[in-house]
Design a protein around this ligand. Structure first.
Ligand SMILES: NC(=O)c1ccc[n+]([C@@H]2O[C@H](COP(=O)([O-])OP(=O)(O)OC[C@H]3O[C@@H](n4cnc5c(N)ncnc54)[C@H](OP(=O)(O)O)[C@@H]3O)[C@@H](O)[C@H]2O)c1
Length: 254
């Protein structure tokens, strides 16, 4: 049982249609999941990552805002670095139970350098601006994207973009992004026009909250995102091995 990678837009990399989101590896406070949970042990994380790898999952999504997620992946990710596509973010940190946003040049640059350190690597495959919802303001009034472009030019980052919250922000970001991360599930289909436009432009689309963060019919939601044209990879957050297996089975059955 193995997923086959496919090209992510015109980005020049191939990713599994289903990938692993890692909020739940590092943070269990101020999250919107239906039930509380304990962070998995190192052994459980290793076993989940090994399982993902065996299923052909090659894309891992993390962020500085996901508590210890980056640091744990840096220590525990199995196999060779080059076999993984690591996506992280910049602009949001989670300190003392609260999100802090800073999209200044210095904050973005030091965030990326800290991610390289946490993830124990000398390059990041994808770095996305972690929007707080003010997408247009971030794009038009800060140096966030220009800073990512500079880090890309320096070879520290391969692909750049933004994890948006608004359709207008997404459309505006198309000009400066290789990859966008957007919400898509049966209850929230507002990003469909953007996904179509991104596909025409060769911009890679990663889907977040495909299962509405666990609120809804998991299988129906997953089938919907996976079968939407233009979606490069559906980033699913799970720490349950049975759910991971079930999600891969759903993807392979389509
Ligand atoms: N602003 C941003 O950039 C942003 C925001 C949100 C998310 N993300 C990224 O997207 C990823 C996914 O988003 P998300 O974690 O919010 O939500 P999601 O993937 O829509 O849903 C995750 C929830 O669904 C449950 N689940 C997974 N598979 C299931 C199955 N087969 N049956 C029943 N329940 C299942 C998980 O519980 P179990 O652990 O029990 O399986 C988890 O509680 C995140 O991990 C993160 O990497 C990015």
């Amino acid at each position: 049982m193995r997923l086959e990678p496919k090209p992510l837009g015109d980005c020049g990399i191939s990713v599994s249609p289903l990938s692993l989101g890692t909020v739940k590896l590092g943070r269990n406070t101020a999250v919107k999941y239906p039930s509380t949970f304990s962070l998995p042990s190192d052994e459980e994380v290793i076993s989940l990552l090994e399982m993902a790898r065996e299923f052909g999952i090659n894309l891992i999504d993390t962020a500085p805002a996901y508590g210890t997620s980056e640091e744990r992946l840096g220590r525990l990710l199995p196999g060779l670095r080059k076999d993984w596509v690591i996506c992280t973010k910049a602009g949001e940190t989670f300190v003392d139970g609260q999100s802090i946003y800073d999209f200044s040049r210095s904050a973005i640059e030091s965030s990326v350098r800290q991610s390289l350190h946490n993830l124990r690597t000398d390059y990041l495959d994808v770095v996305l601006i972690h929007s707080d919802g003010r997408d247009l303001e971030i794009l038009n009034e800060t140096d966030a994207m220009q800073t990512l472009q500079k880090l890309k030019d320096e070879g520290l980052v391969r692909l750049i973009g933004i994890s948006t919250k608004t359709v207008e922000g997404g459309f505006s970001a198309l000009d400066v992004s290789d990859v966008l991360m957007v919400t898509l599930n049966l209850k929230d289909q507002t990003q469909l026009p953007l996904i179509r436009a991104a596909e025409e432009r060769g911009c890679g689309i990663l889907v977040k909250k495909a299962m509405a963060s666990g609120h809804g019919d998991a299988t129906a939601n997953l089938k919907f995102s996976l079968s939407t044209p233009g979606v490069g990879s559906v980033v699913l957050g799970t720490i349950n091995p049975d759910h991971l297996k079930q999600n891969v089975e759903t993807a392979l059955a389509l």
